[in-house]
Design a protein around this ligand. Structure first.
Ligand SMILES: [Zn+2]
Length: 373
């Protein structure tokens, strides 16, 4: 992974690049940030840059033997440690799961914990970093580096170290060998044992902008920019969430159809069909019905904004836009706030275990009155 492939966080990249250029990368570096913010990619890019023999324009070259080994996650002086379940028997270490791990970092450039759980094929158990793994790390990090000046350990989710493992590693992190670099990658830095945390130099990673996430979706999924922006916007910098929305595209298709139906029937004040509509949506699982109502709130907002004829402010897919060209005039300053409030209230009532059929039918009656204002 090169720095140029990391989404966002230019400042952190610059900081790490300067540390490595000056040969001042700390013994223990902690990269942390919330779920869905790409972090592991930056850790692997830092390790590659540290080892690359031929920096080009402030990045690793991507073609020297070290870079090539890094790109196949097969560099002998770079070790990975991560939480796993002991499906393969007690006494396992991360290395026993290295094939699953390589598949994970290759297929998920932005780490997704849920995806890791499914790759482990043991979703009912909480993965941990066990004490046996700590022994293995100590063994590996006390051997001399083979090919590089520094050995690197990239540890994903140090908050999953169990207490014994954390205590064992503490000494190594406190008094490291000169040729050891630890790069820890955390989603919940408050869950890390305080004594380990205090030994790390910390860099907080920030959410990438909607534009950056959209560019990533275009590159990775071959999406059109307008569709990518429409998905990236509600994800609000959470790349994992945006990717899930791409993967569950069928749900969005369904939501769009239901939304159009709701608006059309409300305008016609066709109460018999609205009752049928309420029953269909009530049959969705509670969580899904809520997601639909969130989607409807966003669509109402987007249609209101559509009237301003300023495409830079809008996040509609092309299919949604096809409906909005005709529909948007019906959402105006007289009704936008009340329609939004009604949709939000229905969402809250359903979340609070209200009778979904009644809540939704009640919603449609209010919408039928508001839509003609
Ligand atoms: Zn290189």
């Amino acid at each position: 992974m090169k720095f140029s492939e990391v989404i966002g966080n230019e400042q952190a990249i610059g900081q790490i690049r300067r540390m490595i250029d000056a040969d001042r990368l700390p013994h223990a570096l902690l990269l942390y940030g919330e779920q869905g913010v790409p972090k592991l990619a930056l850790a692997t890019a830092a390790a590659q840059y540290l080892h690359c023999r031929n920096h080009v324009d402030g990045d690793s070259c991507g073609v020297c033997p070290m870079c090539r080994q890094h790109q196949s996650f097969n560099q002998v002086d770079t070790h990975y440690s991560f939480p796993f379940t002991d499906r393969k028997g007690a006494g396992c270490v991360s290395d026993d799961y290295i094939d699953e791990w390589r598949e994970f970092i290759r297929d998920y450039p932005v780490e997704d914990y849920q995806a890791w759980l499914s790759l482990l094929k043991n979703e009912n158990k909480q993965p941990q970093i066990y004490v046996r793994e700590a022994d293995n790390i100590i063994r590996k990090m006390t051997l001399s580096a083979y090919t590089a000046k520094y050995k690197v350990l990239v540890m994903w989710l140090p908050e999953k170290l169990n207490e014994d493992a954390a205590n064992k590693l503490l000494k190594l992190i406190e008094e490291p060998y000169d040729d050891c670099k630890f790069i820890l990658v955390s989603e919940n830095e408050k869950g890390i044992l305080g004594t380990i945390l205090s030994r790390c130099q910390r860099i907080e990673l920030r959410k990438p902008s909607t534009d950056m996430v959209a560019h990533y979706l275009c590159d990775r999924y071959g999406m059109d920019m307008q569709d990518a922006l429409a998905l990236a916007s509600p994800a609000d910098g959470n790349v994992t969430l945006a990717e899930r929305m791409v993967q569950t595209g069928s749900e969005f298709h369904e939501f769009r159809e239901r939304f159009i139906e709701l608006m059309r029937l409300s305008y016609q004040r066709d109460l018999a069909k609205l009752k049928g509509w309420s029953e269909v949506v009530a049959d969705m699982k509670r969580e899904k019905a809520r997601r639909f109502l969130d989607y409807a709130v966003r669509q109402v907002r987007e249609n209101f904004i559509y009237n301003l004829h300023n495409p830079a402010l809008n996040y509609l897919t092309r299919e949604e836009e096809a409906f909005s060209t005709r529909f948007s005039p019906f959402i105006n300053e007289r009704n936008v706030e009340n329609i939004t409030a009604e949709l939000q209230r229905a969402g809250a009532d359903i979340a609070g275990n209200g009778n979904a059929k009644l809540v939704l039918f009640d919603l449609t009656i209010h919408l039928s009155m508001l839509i003609r204002l």
